[in-house]
Design a protein around this ligand. Structure first.
Ligand SMILES: [Zn+2]
Ligand SMILES: [Zn+2]
Length: 257
């Protein structure tokens, strides 16, 4: 069995300090490829550097909506440079976060739209972070309608109704360990309607370990196996069949070998 953690932050302090151990445990659990996601210029650079150390590791580069207020033309120019690296397989994470509101909505929308332009220009998939801003996110995407199909809503936290809207547009949905939580009924209902050819898995580590490992403070790719098991069961599928299907989806989406 071969699983791909399509969204992790292996460059963050809690993980990078033991990255060889993290990768070894991940491989033992069957999680054999990783997309480490940048969130600011420094993390983008670190992510690209890390891809040089591990064969099946890829990077995504972007500016997190939290930091939209700091994004200048220079930031975007350097982002585009990073994105041309051959191990960069996506733009992101980008999007709108109206939960924490660390940046003004206006700045978040501007920076999100700029990421979309870069993804279109470089023909790269786009990883979206969307929190308490579903309608606004769809609105920005509608302004770019049809220009880009490879869009994934990462750490999906919406309802089945919202999942249907995303699927109808031809976009993809990715679930973290949060879907395994006992209080996550809404997300579980959403997961039920997402077909495996549009569904991907991620840890978003170091955050949010899945059940039954929630006590493990620092999440890591090895634990994604629990999320895979949970979702396979939810869908009444064999773990291997489910894993094969979502891995194929992830490879097609990100253009992995
Ligand atoms: Zn995110
Ligand atoms: Zn993330």
């Amino acid at each position: 069995m071969e699983l791909i953690d399509t969204h992790c932050h292996l460059t963050f302090d809690d993980l990078i300090r033991d990255v060889d151990g993290v990768i070894a445990r991940s491989k033992s659990a069957g999680v054999t490829s990783w997309i480490t996601v940048g969130t600011d210029p420094q993390e983008n650079l670190k992510a690209i550097e890390l891809t040089g150390r591990f064969e099946n590791m890829y990077a995504a580069v972007g500016m997190h909506p939290h930091d939209a207020k700091d994004v200048t033309d220079d930031t975007l120019t350097s982002l585009k440079e990073f994105a041309r690296n051959k191990k960069v397989v996506a733009i992101g994470e980008t999007g709108l976060d109206y939960h924490y509101n660390y940046s003004l909505h206006e700045d978040q929308r501007r920076v999100f739209a700029e990421h979309l332009n870069i993804a279109v220009e470089l023909a790269l998939p786009l990883i979206i972070h969307c929190r308490k801003a579903f309608d606004e996110t769809m609105e920005v995407l509608d302004n770019h309608a049809g220009q880009i199909k490879k869009i994934v809503f990462h750490c999906f936290s919406g309802s089945a109704e919202q999942a249907k809207i995303v699927l109808d547009k031809g976009f993809y949905i990715s679930f973290t360990g949060v879907v395994t939580f006992k209080n996550a009924r809404i997300k579980q209902q959403a997961a039920q309607i997402v077909p495996t050819d549009r569904l991907m898995l991620e840890t978003d580590c170091p955050y949010m370990s899945p059940e039954p490992m929630r006590k493990q403070k620092v999440n890591e790719p090895a634990l994604m196996l629990h999320t895979a098991k949970y979702l396979a069961e939810l869908k009444g599928m064999d773990l291997t069949d489910f894993a094969d299907a979502v891995t194929a989806t992830s490879k097609t989406f990100f253009g992995l070998p």
